[in-house]
Write a protein that binds this ligand. Structure first.
Ligand code: FES
Length: 149
């Protein structure tokens, strides 16, 4: 299986790995089929609703680790709404591609982020969650990460 240099580099030196102390939001998602799990923790600025800090823990394949690493770089500093617009396709493109059978591993980061953001709005009922958040989560959950590419 051929991985891009960027995938190999992020796998070898993952950025933003670990957990944040006292996070404002947490999202944990997993693939029921392979058992791979990803956990995202976020620090969110309440006033500007931007992602101030992010960490990930991924117990899974190398592609999922590389995806998690680059994803944290892509969303850090962004407004929640903009972070939610980053799709698994954007992540794959940023990694200079993934082998077809591994493209589905990239869904974990997008899903973990959406679940984390949902937990933030659950903890802040005074704020209005972005439109379509629940639909996005339902859609991502319905994708089989190990289906046919
Ligand atoms: Fe399970 Fe990659 S093999 S997420």
């Amino acid at each position: 299986m051929q991985y891009s240099e960027k995938v190999m580099e992020h796998f070898a030196n993952p950025r933003n790995a670990g957990v944040l102390e006292d996070p404002d939001a947490v999202g944990e998602v997993g693939s029921p089929r392979c058992g791979d799990v990803m956990k995202i923790s976020l620090k969110i600025n309440d006033a500007s609703e931007t992602i101030e800090d992010i960490r990930f823990q991924t117990f899974g394949c190398g592609a999922a680790i590389a995806v998690s690493s680059i994803f944290t770089e892509m969303v850090k500093g962004k407004h929640i709404h903009d972070a939610l617009r980053i799709s698994n396709d954007d992540v794959v493109q940023e990694l200079d591609g993934l082998p077809n059978v591994k493209v589905h591993c990239s869904v974990l980061a997008e899903e973990g982020m959406a679940v984390a953001i949902q937990s933030y709005y659950e903890a802040h009922p005074d704020k209005t969650p972005p439109e379509g958040l629940q639909e996005k989560i339902d859609h991502l959950k319905s994708i089989d990460p190990h289906g046919d590419a």
